[in-house]
Write a protein that binds this ligand. Structure first.
Ligand code: IMP
Ligand code: MG
Length: 180
């Protein structure tokens, strides 16, 4: 385990197994549809790369970039689009691959933005959802794991752009961001 972590929550094997199951379910649910899988850079990139390889259907991948956390560990609720989708989503089935739902504010904003473009459907496949947090009301069709309300890193999730390349997910030692 990386020395800056206090605990591993989801091992590489557990992540692989769960993402495989989610991909199987999505493959069943979206058979015959015009699927576009969208993710928000940069946190969801690694999860999305794994997820799409578990979906046995023709699909398109697209990316957005928004600003949310900066180098802090709390969501500001302010979301700014830095890079919009490259493709049109009108009349299509949009699946948002989200890394983690914390306050849900980022996702809420994205869904509202996408709805105004008139897709056929919008659903969310979140790898993680934090437990016991005040969350925006979001209908999340697929959730990989519920996770504790701690600051976690790895498998795409960062603190100040670090730890994204850890193959597992764990709890960051608060000493790292409290600076003691
Ligand atoms: P939300 O708007 O509060 O739901 O969180 C938005 C984004 O913040 C997520 O998509 C993540 O990229 C990031 N985030 C939230 N919680 C964590 C965490 O525990 N570790 C790392 N990034 C997080
Ligand atoms: Mg994110």
């Amino acid at each position: 385990m990386h020395p800056d972590l206090t605990e591993v929550l989801f091992s590489e094997e557990a992540l692989h197994q769960r993402v495989h199951e989610m991909g199987e379910q999505i493959t069943k649910d979206y058979a015959g549809s015009d699927l576009i899988v969208v993710s928000v850079l940069r946190g969801a990139a690694i999860y999305m790369a794994d997820l799409v390889r578990e979906i046995q259907l023709p699909l398109e991948m697209d990316f957005m970039a928004v600003s949310s956390y900066g180098a802090s560990t709390k969501s500001s609720g302010v979301v700014r689009i830095i890079k919009d989708l490259s493709s049109h989503i009108e009349g299509r089935d949009v699946l948002i691959a989200e890394d983690i739902i914390d306050s849900g504010l980022t996702l809420k904003y994205l869904i509202k933005t996408f709805e105004s473009r008139h897709p056929k459907s919008i659903e969310v496949a979140a790898l993680l959802r934090k437990e016991g947090v005040q969350q925006a009301d979001i209908d999340c069709k697929y959730v990989g794991f519920e996770c504790p309300n701690a600051f976690i890193v790895g498998y795409g999730l960062d603190y100040a752009e670090r730890y994204r390349n850890l193959p597992y997910i764990g709890v960051l030692d608060p000493r790292v961001y409290n600076g003691s």
